[in-house]
Every structure is written in C-alpha cells, then in structure tokens.
Design a protein around this ligand. Structure first.
Ligand SMILES: Nc1nc2c(ncn2[C@@H]2O[C@H](COP(=O)(O)OP(=O)(O)OP(=O)(O)O)[C@@H](O)[C@H]2O)c(=O)[nH]1
Ligand SMILES: [Mg+2]
Length: 512
C-alpha cells in the first residue's frame, strides 16, 4: 500500500486513481517494472473475464438481434460494475440496474398487458371478464393492493407469492413514515398487520397449487386485497391458470388504483407502468377527471409505447343513463384531448383505440344460471335500459352489448398476434436508450480521465520546468564558480607576481 499524494488516503500500489479523491496516482509507481507487471496482469484477467462472459448463459435464443444486444450488454455490465471502474469513477448505479434488468427481461421475455386506472374504475372486473372467471378481487371500496399477474400454467392452477425482503420492507416503511401516510398506519394498525410481519418478511418465493377455483380465489384475495393484513408483505402475486388460453409469455397485470389514498400502493402502479408492453387504461365511462387525464398523459409520455399500444377503455358503460347516447357524447369529449400530440397524435387512432365496455354485465350474463336474487335484479335493471325484458332470450344480445367480445377480438388481432414483434420493438428501444446512457457514461469517464491526465501531466511538466530551471541555475552557478576561480587565480597569480616583484625589489635594495 502507498498513500495518495493528494489526500494521503491508503491506496493499492497498482491503482490508477485514488478512490477517495480521484487523483491520478500511479504515474510514478507504474514506472516500476514489478508493479507494471502486476497491473498488466490485473487488466488481462479483467479483459478475459469480460470476453469469456459471452458464453451460453447469455443466450436468449428467441431472437438473434436481442441475443446480440444481451451479449453486448453483458460485457458492458462487467465493465461498468468492475470495482476498478465502479469505485473509482463512481459509476451511475441506475445504468447498472438498467443493464441488469434488460438482460433479465430478455432472458425471460414476458409480454405484459397492464390494466391501469383510478381506483374503482373496474380494472379487476374487466380482467375477470377476459379470464372468464371471477378470480381477481373486486369490491365497491378500494381493493387491489398488490400487482397481480395472470398467466398460463402448465400442470396446475397456482398462486406464486414474492415477499419483500427486510431491506425492501425497511425502505417501504421509511417512505411511509417520510410521507406521513397516516392512512396507511391507521389501516395497518386496524388490521393488526404487525403481528403477521415476522412470518412473511424475507421469506423465499412460495408457490401453492390449487385444485378448486374457490380455494384459488380465496388465496388470491388473501394476498391482494387491501382488507387483508397479509397483503402488506407481498411484492407481487402471480396466478397461473391452466386454461389461460394465451401464449406462455403473455401476462395480464392487475394493478392498484393510481389515485389510491395509500400513496405507496399507487406508487407501485406508477413505477410499473413503464414496464408494460401494452396498456389498457380504464376510465369510468361517465366522466374523465383531471387526475385520469394526467394518468393517461403519463402512459402516453412513456416513449417506449407507440400510442397504438395504448387502449383507453370506457368502463361501466352500462351505468350511463342512456348508454348509447351518453357514451357518444363522452367519447367526443375525450377525443378532444386524446387526439392531441401528447396522446394519440391523431383523431383516427383516438377513434379506433377508445371504446366502452360493460364487464360486470358480461360477467352476469356468462354466469346467468348461477345468479342470486340481487344479481338477477341488477341484470334486469340494466337490460331495461336497452329495452330488453326477456333476458334469457336475449343473453347473446346483452353479451354483445357488453363489448367484451370486441375487446377480446382486439386483444387477439392487434396485440397477441403481434406480441413477438411488439416485444422485439420494446427491447430494441430499451437497448437504444441504454446504449445512449452508456455512451454518455463513457464520455464522462473519458472527460474525467483527460482531466486527471492533464492534471498529472501538468505536474510532470512543472517538475520538468523546475528541473530545467535548476539545471540552468546549476550551470549558472558552475559558470559563476568557474569565473570566481578564474578571478581568484588571477588575483593569486597577480598577487604572487606582485609579491615576487616586491621580493625582487627588496633583494635589490638589500644588495645596494
Ligand atoms: N355496473 C357495473 N359495475 C361495474 C362494472 N365494472 C365494475 N363494476 C363495479 O365497480 C366496482 C369496482 O370494480 P373493481 O373491478 O373492483 O374496480 P378496480 O378498478 O379493480 O378497483 P381497485 O382495485 O380498488 O382499484 C365493483 O363493485 C364492480 O362490481 C361494469 O361494467 N358495470
Ligand atoms: Mg382491482
């Protein structure tokens, strides 16, 4: 170990920069052959490591281009997270995270269709309509509290739970305290959630298989409903369904409401929106509020989405007084905003990608034989709005009016059939974004190095100038010394001569 010349911090002898103050340190030590060898070996190992991390592990297989991107980013990951680079240049940690996420996402490509919107917009009810099962928890009060993914399962229906680890839990807890979220704490205390905490925080992922749909539904509710103490401790819940009926990569994601009064829950959705590959933004048909418009702007502003991958769904269409007429008026009003450049950018797309559905009506119709009295009353009063009295004879008509089959058609023709292409486009766009970040990062590193080298070189220059100066001084001194010696010699010689002369004169006088 040696000390930094600038801040005196202890540093490795072969280190180029002081980790404490960033000063270029080894300009002298690298002259030393032994250290130079040590440093070169270190670099060789590093380069080998980077080159070798190009093996099978990084293979993505499903697309050659993405394969190449992953290989390049794996090398970049090694470089930017190498201690020599990471600690000394203070690497941008979000760059490392983005690269890691990209590699992960490419290896296990999931095509996420997100259902987002305000609380009580009808997101979970819509998912249930598309699944053809009442699995996602719904309620008249805020309900979905956890990201819930629905996807295909191979053998059994299952629920997979991912719990917060203690570090994540502490971060969440701190953010709740920092934001003075009294509502969260009130709810948390009321549900006596703290007594459950020890059981779940830090648990490994847990997968539970189910035979019956009722027990599957109860388990989903246990972990996703805001009324259950257990929901606080899961990060996300994955539900596998053997009859999901869509390709294995396709995932429906139910999300907490974006205006949930418990801020950390709406933040989960806000952060998640950027991950989705297609979005169903659910807005109640009767009005689009400023908050909802702001949410839509956020969805559209994400550059990864082409606007055609965003569908604005007017939900609970059956609750309008005069569904047909009122929806026409609403849609005309919404289009004024949605055709603008911040959203669809044109009226044709806004016209095509905005439509209304009545998921609850669809769920009632498809479950008609098992309806209880209350539900029967609901379906009858809705049917009356369409002047339908004989429900049994008009089940198909009511189903058609719910528009869910139209949404399924859109899902299959515009999204699922193109999901590989969309996934590829998204990964390509993310790659370009990361590449830009890497370029900026290395540009910064280069500037940093140039500055350090300049500083180091200017030191050397100064030393050289001083050496030059002292050399000159020495020469001058030597010259002066020589001339002094000469003078002394002259003086001596002249003195000697004078003495000789004097002696001669004295001798002459003496002999007279
Ligand atoms: N009449 C009618 N009611 C609906 C419809 N869709 C949803 N609802 C009702 O609206 C309420 C809220 O529905 P949810 O599906 O729980 O809404 P959400 O958006 O998932 O709500 P959070 O999870 O709390 O954010 C429930 O009582 C549903 O029955 C619909 O199309 N028609
Ligand atoms: Mg919900």
């Amino acid at each position: 170990m040696v000390s930094c010349q600038e801040c005196f911090e202890k540093i490795e002898e072969y280190s180029y920069f002081c980790k404490n103050c960033g000063t270029f340190t080894n300009k002298n030590s690298i002259e030393n052959d032994e250290l130079k060898k040590l440093y070169q070996n270190k670099m060789k190992t590093f380069i080998n490591k980077v080159q070798n991390e190009n093996g099978n592990e990084t293979k993505v297989l499903w697309n050659e281009t993405i394969n190449r991107y992953v290989q390049t980013l794996t090398k970049m990951q090694s470089i930017v997270s190498h201690p020599e680079v990471k600690d000394t240049i203070r690497t941008n940690t979000s760059l490392i995270t983005n690269i890691t996420n990209y590699i992960e996402k490419s290896r296990t490509p999931e095509f996420h269709i997100a259902f987002v919107g305000a609380i009580k917009a009808g997101k979970s009810t819509l998912i249930n309509a598309l699944l053809g099962k009442q699995l996602a928890s719904t309620s008249v009060t805020p309900e979905t509290a956890v990201l819930t993914k629905f996807r295909v399962a191979k053998d059994n229906n299952y629920v997979k739970l991912s719990f917060y680890n203690s570090h994540e839990w502490e971060t969440l807890w701190k953010s709740v305290h920092d934001s003075k979220s009294t509502l969260f704490l009130e709810e948390y205390n009321k549900l006596q959630a703290d007594s459950e905490k020890g059981k779940w925080i830090g648990q490994a992922d847990k997968t539970i298989a189910f035979d019956s749909e009722e027990s599957l539904k109860a388990e989903i509710e246990k972990w996703t409903s805001s009324k259950q103490a257990t929901h606080y401790f899961v990060k996300e819940v994955e539900v596998g369904l053997t009859d999901f009926g869509l390709p294995e990569q396709v995932v429906f994601v139910d999300t907490p409401g974006l205006d949930d009064a418990v801020r950390y829950r709406s933040d989960v959705t806000r952060r998640y929106i950027d991950r989705a590959n297609a979005v169903f933004a659910c807005v109640k048909s009767d009005a689009m509020t400023g908050q909802e418009l702001a949410t839509l702007y956020r969805v559209f502003s994400n550059t990864r989405y082409n606007p055609e991958k965003v569908y604005v769904i007017g939900t609970q269409w059956d609750t309008l007084n005069r569904p047909d007429e009122n929806w026409k008026q609403q849609k005309a009003e919404w289009t004024k905003y949605l055709k603008q450049d911040d959203c669809y950018g044109n009226e044709i797309l806004a016209e095509k990608n905005v439509f209304a559905v009545a998921s609850y009506l669809y769920n009632l119709v498809t479950n008609y034989e098992n309806l209880d009295d209350d539900s029967m009353f609901e379906i009858e009063s809705t049917a009356l709005k369409f002047r339908i009295r004989d429900i049994e004879a008009n089940l198909d008509k009511l189903k058609e009016l719910s528009n869910i089959d139209f949404l399924k058609h859109i899902l299959s023709t515009e999204i699922i059939s193109k999901y590989q292409d969309i996934l590829f486009e998204d990964l390509e766009q993310s790659y370009l974004d990361i590449k830009q970040d890497i370029q900026t990062f290395f540009e910064d590193v280069r500037k940093n190095n140039i500055q350090l080298l300049d500083a180091a070189n200017s030191d050397i220059d100064q030393i050289q100038r001083e050496r030059e100066k002292s050399k000159q001084n020495l020469e001058e001194v030597q010259q002066q010394r020589e001339s002094l010696v000469n003078t002394l010699n002259l003086v001596r010689r002249s003195t000697e001569k004078r003495v000789d002369e004097l002696c001669d004169q004295i001798k002459k006088l003496a002999t007279r």
